[in-house]
Design a protein around this ligand. Sequence first.
Ligand code: HEM
Length: 134
Amino acid sequence: MPLDDALADSLDCVVEKVGNPAPRIYERLFQTHPHLKDLFVLDRDGAVRAEMIRLSFDALLDLEHEGHYARGLISTELTTHGNHGITPAQFAELFDIIRDVVREIVAERWQERHEQAWNRVLARVGDLVAAHRA
Ligand code: HEM
């Protein structure tokens, strides 16, 4: 399998093992930043939280390739989230949390090529966040 498919491969593995990883991702986010939970009080059915994770995965997969879609999405969402008081660092941290949770779920099937693919896309997220701040 080419290196470029490693990210998608890790996500396929997550779906196979647990289905939807979103509950674990939010559990980790709110463990680390309990006050962020209050921001979602109006999201009673969890639709916003589900959409955030879906789009975060779309952005990550896009960043493995051309990244045009991810660039626009991340820039727009950094602005809208900034209006809710979410800092660029917190925004970027969600992607780190997603990687940590994915790595834990993939567990014994996690390989060096997964680590490298995630490092690569997370560095790109970091660059986009830094460019937005500049
Ligand atoms: C710790 C990081 C984040 C927090 C605390 C957060 C929080 C929130 C909150 C409170 C809303 C609801 C806003 C409203 O109802 O007006 C929201 C909406 C949304 N979030 Fe996030 N978010 C985070 C990161 C992200 C990331 C990384 C993405 C995707 C790249 C994303 C994509 C979205 C989308 C698409 C919406 C729906 C509406 C909109 O565009 O604002 N969020 N987020």
